[in-house]
Design a protein around this ligand. Structure first.
Ligand code: ADP
Length: 259
């Protein structure tokens, strides 16, 4: 059975860069705000390279134990269970650490030896070192733009990766993404992208995160399934952005004029 390749519209040279990073066994870092296609890109590339991908969504509780593994009690015995990172290292998959900067610092410590010439993982609970499989690749993403709860990646960590920035695509490409993802009419996609760009340029609103391609895709989807256009834009684009009443009203009025 052939599996359909996840659709990804290239914005720059990211596909070529990724292929070369993979060939040379260099870890890959995707930088950029949420909803800019980072996860989709990795799914797409994993398909192109015919690789299995293991995704971990990191949060402030994610620890090296979650990634490396732990002992569990099974009946009367204690048995070791490999975590997703150890599995990927052993079987030669791509591990994707989404929002890696959110994880606990011991995660960063744990991946260091995998990101240089050693390409090995130390399992402290077993006192074992595992050499990475030929095809193992480490991929991580991080969002440099958070204004609150801002977490940085230290230069000593960042410099172990090849890094590519993911931004909102130019209009022509973003319209194409909307049409491809949702089969929405070109004219509606064009209007949604114009709304996205308009709000992105309203920097004075001080939004923590602005309109992502994901929000526009969601708006297009619910328009396609029959929700009135203005309502769709209100609930898919405006409401997720802010809770400030005045800003909500102003943005909804603005969008009503554009769709
Ligand atoms: P991120 O991982 O950056 O938060 P995602 O990869 O989950 O973002 O993208 C969110 C959605 O936006 C995807 O499900 C897809 O519909 C759409 N999308 C964004 N950029 C692209 C792109 N370049 N090609 C195809 N779809 C895209």
């Amino acid at each position: 059975m052939s599996v359909k390749i996840p659709y990804y519209q290239a914005v720059g040279k990211e596909k070529e860069v990724f292929e070369h990073a993979y060939k040379n066994k260099i870890p890959f870092l995707l930088k950029g705000p949420t909803g800019t296609g980072k996860s989709r890109f990795i799914e797409h590339m994993a398909h192109v390279l015919d690789k299995k991908i293991i995704t971990i969504s990191c949060h402030e509780e994610t620890s090296s134990t979650d990634l490396i593994g732990r002992f569990i009690i099974k009946g009367a015995e204690t048995v070791w269970l490999d975590g997703p990172l150890t599995t990927a290292v052993k079987e030669g998959s791509i591990i994707y650490l989404d929002e890696v900067a959110e994880a606990r610092p011991d995660v960063i410590v744990a991946i260091h030896s995998l990101t240089d010439h050693r390409r090995e993982l130390f399992i402290d609970k077993l006192g074992e070192t595992v050499k990475a499989h030929e095809d193992f690749m480490l991929v991580a993403s991080f969002n440099p733009g958070y204004q609150r709860g801002f977490k940085e990646l230290k230069p000593s960590t960042r410099q172990r990766f090849i890094a590519v920035s993911f931004e909102y695509p130019e209009s022509k490409i973003e319209i194409e993404i909307l049409v491809n993802e949702t089969q929405v009419e070109h004219d509606i996609a064009k209007k949604l992208v114009a709304i996205g760009n308009k709000i992105r340029n309203l920097t004075e609103l001080g939004l923590t995160e602005t309109v992502s391609t994901r929000l526009l895709v969601d708006a297009a989807k619910i328009i396609q399934s029959g929700l009135p256009k203005r309502l769709a834009v209100h609930v898919a684009v405006v409401e997720p952005l802010t809770d400030d009443l005045q800003t909500l009203v102003a943005l909804k009025d603005l969008c009503d004029l554009m769709i």
